[in-house]
Design a protein. Structure first.
Length: 326
């Protein structure tokens, strides 16, 4: 009886040990899966990071003081059938109350109520509505004939955060050697609710040759960049901002990532980023071949940007843990 009891006890112990081993294997697999998930979708490119919540604009730093002799900023918004979001885009720029701003909306003959929206703004903005050849062409049309020291464009579904214009103008004024700046971004959904944030490490020119990590909606540049490398290349319909950035970098212009959240990138079903991804893949391939001199494999791209993504992950969690404040 004792032997039978001992055998059953050993069998039970073996089963418990096997169960513990299997649980450890499952846990290890889940950890590897989580790491692979972070590798596939690092925070910098993960838009929906948490459930939608109200975008608390008062939580961001206030606008710095700006003098009446502030440098002139020219901003253009290319638009086509985005009346649903355009009002928020316009308001995010006009409400900055920047004293020396030229703001123009270049609309591509929208038929969704955009014209009525633009008319309702009165003289607070400049605008024109006519057929164009796409977003790149609209941006160039909007900047044609403008005279300014600082330039930027903001798409018709994105928004600036309060104080951005004054902050950027002050930074350029105190750093005459810097040509292009950009900052951290906030992700919002179609209702304008916050769903994520991207905190970026300092600028890395080598990584930029393999992947465009610069949030376009946060980017501003000096007029001398535009004059030096030319306007937006209208042959690009998806990666026009990366092309502009790479040309500026190749020409020797200096980039700096600013330590501040500057703008919101809106996520919605109809956005161009999602709808024309195949075009984007082709255009990104063209740019990599032009800059690198060869067509890198996905493995080569991942290896080239791994260090930057590791830094971004560190910045992301340092910010989440309140070790970094912006």
């Amino acid at each position: 009886m004792d032997d039978e009891y001992r055998q059953r006890l050993e069998q039970l112990e073996n089963r418990v040990a096997l169960l513990e081993r299997n649980l450890n294997l499952v846990a290890a697999g889940q950890r590897r899966s989580s790491l692979r998930s972070l590798w596939r979708r690092p925070p910098i490119w993960t838009f929906e990071q948490y459930p939608p919540r109200l975008l608390n604009l008062t939580a961001f730093p206030p606008a710095p003081a700006i003098t009446a002799t502030a440098p002139r900023i020219a901003m253009v918004t290319p638009s086509y059938n985005h009346a649903q979001y355009l009002g928020a885009t316009i308001e995010s720029i006009v409400s900055q109350n920047y004293p020396n701003l030229y703001y123009h909306v270049q609309d591509g003959a929208s038929i969704d109520g955009t014209i009525d929206l633009l008319k309702s703004r009165g003289d607070s903005i400049s605008w024109n509505s006519e057929p164009d050849k796409g977003q790149s062409n609209a941006i160039n049309l909007g900047f044609a004939g403008t005279d300014s020291e600082i330039m930027a464009y903001l798409n018709s579904d994105d928004m600036l955060l309060p104080g951005t214009l004054a902050y950027v103008a002050n930074y350029f004024a105190s750093h005459p050697d810097v040509d292009v700046v950009y900052g951290h971004r906030v992700f919002v959904d179609s209702d304008g609710l916050e769903v994520g944030r991207a905190v970026l490490p300092p600028h890395d020119g080598k990584t930029l040759q393999y992947a465009d990590y610069i949030p376009q909606e946060t980017m501003f540049w000096r007029r001398r960049v535009w004059d030096g490398i030319g306007p937006i290349d209208e042959s690009f319909h998806y990666a026009m901002d990366w092309d502009f950035i790479l040309r500026a970098q190749a020409a020797g212009f200096k980039f700096v990532r600013l330590p501040r959240f500057l703008a919101c990138f809106r996520i919605h079903d109809a956005q161009k980023t999602a709808a024309t991804y195949a075009v984007g893949v082709r255009e990104m391939g063209i740019l990599r071949r032009r800059v690198l001199g060869f067509d890198p494999t996905q493995l080569q791209i991942r290896r080239a940007i791994a260090s930057y993504l590791a830094k971004q992950l560190a910045y992301h969690y340092a910010y989440k843990l309140s070790l970094l404040r912006y």
